[in-house]
Design a protein around this ligand. Structure first.
Ligand code: GAP
Length: 467
């Protein structure tokens, strides 16, 4: 029997209902993410995170910190400045080589495009020969020119030559320039890694697809320093570890794939890179890159700074420049992937329900406490239960509107559990505990609620399938 294609498998399992438009609409409706500077008509491809968006992205970052620092012995944390000495970017190769090929439409629309993207869209491969045209108006395109993606600004009160500084286009360089500091103070020897989360900026030619590609974004980067001969082994290990991080947090394994870069795609510093790709609504696209950077960065910074950036073994005096494996993820892109993967719609008792089946550890709010009616002592009792639960986990109290509407609101922000206080609560001190995914409702004593929810939060979780 012929193997089923991805599309067929999807249909057999229940088709995915998610589109980017639906996620964008939910983000706006429920206060996750807004267009930046909206009252002025918005600023292209920049976004602001609202209350639930902040909580969700913070949880994504917290889970990353947990996995790379708390659960390991071979990593330390760093938070380097966004502005760095301009020589950094000479040494790293970004001043010269961090460019994208830009073409401009010579026809009606005059729009600018990335030549390599158009080539693969129109001819099937980045390096393919043949004519490409403007996708907007069909016009002829200019010759490609190299466009540097770094945002430049000036340090100090005057804009004189020599005062240029750059908004970092990757957080990685902050790690490399601190290699010596960390080696001295963290008492580590290779293999060990430095982890950092922070903002990065790129003047992308064609940003888009909501928070997938923006000009200001957050990276979660690891530079893992290893003895040179161990680099291939650690490259493999990090690919495995990072894939598992996404699936442990609920991403469906068949929505992820590893793709090895071809020789023509490799960055100037990389000898091998594999991308973890996620099946976004616009197709499989990069979620995280895992590169073998060799000794490129440490050697370049040693050359430009005059400092020795190497590991010296105190037992025998031998020295070497470690090689670097770099798992580099986007916090915003990961947040989008978790939302897309969690998005679901279903019909319950004749009504459509939209929900985010987020992993409970990622959910912005873990439990909502709702009085069934706004009288008979129920709001006061619910408030009391809420005050107790919020000490243990992020909780919300909501007494406004019909119970159905309140459940729908919590479903859409991905709250995994709902606690309803009703007339029976007032008699026997029990509440209804509702599960977001299965819609199971069970009765539980108020005194057992906190511990039960903590137990569920710590338990392994997998996305309910099929859906
Ligand atoms: N230090 C290596 C590096 O920066 P990259 O593949 O250019 O590698 C790593 O970026 C990750 O950062 C990407 O996999 C993606 O998740 C995120 N990222 C890169 N550019 C982005 C953009 N314009 N908007 C949002 N996220 C981006």
């Amino acid at each position: 029997m012929a193997e089923a294609t991805g599309e067929q498998q999807q249909t057999e399992r229940g088709a995915d209902v998610v589109t980017l438009e639906k996620v964008v609409a939910l983000c706006k409706r429920r206060g996750f993410i807004f267009q930046s500077s909206e009252i002025y008509g918005g600023l292209g491809s920049t976004y602001d995170y609202g209350h639930y968006g902040v909580l969700l992205k913070n949880n994504v970052k917290a889970e990353w910190w947990r996995a790379v620092i708390q659960e390991r012995d071979d990593m330390v944390a760093l938070d380097a400045a966004i502005l760095m000495h301009p020589k950094t970017w000479e040494a790293s190769g970004h001043l010269e080589g961090f460019t994208d090929p830009l073409v401009q439409c010579l026809g009606e629309c005059r729009k600018r495009w990335r030549e390599d993207h158009l080539r693969s869209e129109q001819l099937g491969a980045e390096g393919a020969e043949g004519e490409i045209r403007c996708p907007e108006c069909g016009g002829e395109l200019s010759e490609p020119m190299n466009f540097n993606l770094m945002f430049e600004t000036h340090m100090g009160p005057t804009r004189e030559s020599g005062s240029e500084v750059y908004l970092r286009p990757e957080t990685a360089q902050g790690i490399f320039v601190n290699f010596k500091n960390v080696l001295q103070f963290a008492r580590k020897k290779p293999p060990f890694g430095i982890a950092q989360i922070g903002k990065a900026f790129r003047n992308e030619i064609t940003p888009g697809n909501f928070i997938f590609r923006t000009r200001e974004f957050e990276q979660m980067e690891i530079e893992f320093f290893v003895p040179p001969e161990e680099a291939p082994k650690w490259h493999e290990q990090w690919m495995e570890d990072r894939m598992r991080w996404y699936t442990d947090l609920g991403i469906r394994p068949d929505h992820l794939q590893l793709r090895e870069h071809g020789a023509d795609e490799l960055s100037h510093y990389s000898s091998a890179t594999s991308d973890i790709e996620y099946r976004f609504p616009m197709g499989f696209s990069e979620l995280e890159g895992i590169a073998n950077r060799g000794d490129f960065d440490l050697k370049q910074h040693a050359k430009f700074s005059g400092e020795k950036l190497e590991y010296v073994d105190s037992s025998d005096g031998s020295r070497y420049v470690p090689h670097v494996i770099e798992p580099s993820a986007g916090a915003d892109r990961a947040t989008l992937a978790f939302m897309v993967d969690a998005y679901d719609e279903e019909e319950v008792e004749g009504r459509e329900r939209v929900l985010l089946r987020l992993h409970p550890r990622l959910a912005p709010v873990k439990v909502a406490v709702l009085p069934l009616v706004n009288k008979d002592g129920q709001p006061e009792k619910a408030r009391e239960i809420y005050e107790d639960l919020r000490k243990r986990m992020p909780a919300e109290y909501d007494a406004g509107g019909s119970i159905g509407k309140r459940y729908r609101r919590q479903d859409e922000i991905g709250t995994p559990w709902g606690v309803t206080v009703d007339h029976q609560t007032m008699e026997d001190d029990t509440v209804t505990l509702r599960d977001r995914d299965s819609l199971d409702q069970s009765r539980i004593a108020v005194g057992e609620l906190g511990e039960e929810l903590e137990r569920r939060l710590a338990a392994p979780w997998s996305s309910p399938q099929p859906r």
